[in-house]
Design a protein around this ligand. Structure first.
Ligand code: KG4
Ligand code: ZN
Length: 335
């Protein structure tokens, strides 16, 4: 099937054309980073407005790059949630309009299931069942994934998501936006062993990142100034290592407990170079196969939404024009 994916849940306006849930013919992403930079985080009002401006050009470009017309499409898959309601509505309304005007079947997709499905674009893809870590700006969840639509949550964050911790730390340190990307780059010049940051909840599969964030804040407060350019690389390397450590250890532990040898890592933070390195190394040591999409398919994109859409549409699932956006949509619940 030839599916158009549409994604607008947060601050990326994205459209992609994917064939048979495997071949990415186009993957267009319009980032809003510049619009939110000066606020140090995503401003929902601005995000909605930017999506409205970008959605049509992005969809048209995705069709053009793929070399297909709207009449060639056999389905439209659109992110329905979770995410910012105003942002979601832009993609959803546009998808509905195209589906209605051209008589193309449409289906709403869970953004988190999309992140996991991005891994199915790898060659070879992971076979079901597997354990998946979804780690992004809004989520840090470990799932046992038996199939599409079959998820059991094995662990989740009790406070901040890992991406949120990176973003808040970068804001506190005044080193730039978006935080995860800046810290990833800067940490490469630093020594992760110079400063020890706390690792929370060692005996659980749940996460907590508020402690590591607070310990950074306390360091700044105690010395009464921000870190110098010379000090920063060691600070962010230590901070990143503390987050990476718990993500890797708990996910591999969850896989071990569930007797799984396949581990999937996805979501925006899975673009982190140290996290990728550690997962491949530690996974190998434990005899596990680790699957991580390339960075461009880790951060928000619409190809991952089209992969889930292909599966749902093939099974006969259709949504009508009454479909609404949802800000919260845990994966283990089905509407
Ligand atoms: O999946 P995503 O694009 O959007 C959400 O669904 O949240 O994830 C965005 C998050 C942000 O918190 C961002 O800082 C983080 O992913 N991120 C990274 C890297 N690239 C993006 N975190 C660490 N290292 C990176 N290279
Ligand atoms: Zn995401």
């Amino acid at each position: 099937m030839l599916i158009l994916g549409v994604e607008s849940s947060c601050d990326e306006t994205a459209a992609a054309v994917v064939q048979d849930g495997k071949r990415v013919l186009s993957n267009v992403i319009a980032s809003q980073v510049k619009a939110h930079e000066k606020y140090g985080g995503v401003v929902p009002e601005i995000a909605s407005r930017k999506h409205t401006e970008a959605i049509i050009p992005v969809i048209l470009q995705s069709l053009e790059v793929a070399g297909v017309g709207i009449s060639d499409l056999e389905g439209i898959a659109v992110t329905r949630g979770p995410g910012l309601i105003g942002s979601l509505l832009v993609g959803l309304s546009t998808a509905k309009a195209i589906a209605f005007a051209h008589g193309v079947p449409m289906v709403g997709v869970n953004h988190l299931e999309g992140h996991i499905a991005a891994t199915l674009l790898l060659d070879p893809p992971p076979a079901f069942p597997f354990v998946a870590l979804v780690v992004s700006g809004g989520h840090t969840n470990i799932y046992l994934v038996k199939d599409f639509q079959d998820f059991t949550c094995l662990g989740q964050t009790r406070d901040d998501a890992a991406g949120e911790a990176f973003d808040k730390a970068a804001k506190l340190l005044e080193i730039g936006y978006p935080g995860g990307v800046v810290i990833d780059r800067m940490a490469r010049q630093g020594n992760p062993g110079t400063i020890a940051f706390p690792r929370a909840m060692r005996d659980s599969l749940d996460f907590s990142f508020s402690g590591v964030k607070t310990s950074l804040l306390n360091m700044v407060k105690k010395q009464g100034r921000l870190f110098t350019e010379a000090e920063l690389p060691d600070v962010v390397a230590g901070f990143q290592e503390a987050i990476v450590d718990v993500l890797v250890q708990k996910t591999l532990k969850a896989a071990e407990n569930a007797a799984m040898t396949r581990v999937v890592v996805c979501g925006g933070v899975a673009a982190n170079s140290r996290l990728r390195e550690r997962f491949y190394e530690d996974g190998k040591e434990k005899g596990m196969d680790v699957f991580i999409p390339p960075p461009v398919l880790c951060t928000d994109n619409a190809a991952m939404i089209a992969v889930v859409g292909e599966h749902l549409l093939k099974k006969g699932k259709r949504d009508d024009l009454a479909l609404n956006a949802v800000s919260r949509w845990p994966l283990e619940l089905r509407p």
